[in-house]
Design a protein around this ligand. Sequence first.
Ligand code: IPE
Ligand code: IPE
Ligand code: MG
Length: 258
Amino acid sequence: MLDLILFLPQGMKTSLKERLDLKRLPTHVAVIMDGNGRWAKREGMPRLFGHRAGVQSVRQITEACAELGIRHLTLYAFSTENWNRPVLEVTGLMDLLVETLRRELQALHNNGVRLKAIGDLGALPEKTRRALEEAVARTNDNTGLQLILAINYSARWEILHAANALAAEAAAGRLVTPVDERTFAGQLSTAGIPDPELLIRTSGEYRISNFLLWQLAYTELYFTSLFWPEFGKEQLYEALLDYQQRERRFGKTSEQLA
Ligand code: IPE
Ligand code: IPE
Ligand code: MG
């Protein structure tokens, strides 16, 4: 394989990144970062070692998205269902989040990244919630990549939350019914953010796991068998190249798009 690459004419030695069409990148990429535990197990290490390795992938992918000028990156970091894991793993994950925010905040800020958190943040441990709120406030005026962390997130919770907020508005006589898509989406935690054009899930699982159910209605799905700690910049470029080969028809025929 290496020989083959070495003998290719100079012009064909293009990297994956160079093959990207920068004018056709998604504005919003969402990721279900899965497989930290299995990766750690394969390495003969405890699960938390996998989560720590996963943070390196987060850094790589955030950096790559910022470099490419992608506007929004949503990372599924902790689902509401993840509370059902062993207590030590849950507290380890919450501590890792605080530690990572502390360590990375300055670099994120310097690179113009704007942080946002979505999910039921009120139910998080006090220090996790505070670290998140501080990071969000600190980066609030930045205009680069918006990094959206889904933490204690559940799409059904989010949809119910929106429905209840609208019901309260209706009861107070402040709502025009029937509610349209725009009004409904305006009550979701992603209000004002375009729907993701691309969803990536690692670790060979083919499911959505209660992530962005409303927002993923027409998203292109990309699955890879690599575990999250194995997913770096090159793997992101591969996913983006795959995305750029898709034809997004939105119900129309191929001929109508031409
Ligand atoms: C994803 O990796 C990280 C979180 C869900 C927090 P997992 O911890 O789910 O890893 P696997 O799926 O057990 O390998
Ligand atoms: C989804 O991963 C949630 C996150 C990546 C945070 P899980 O590993 O929890 O998903 P399931 O339960 O296997 O579907
Ligand atoms: Mg998993």
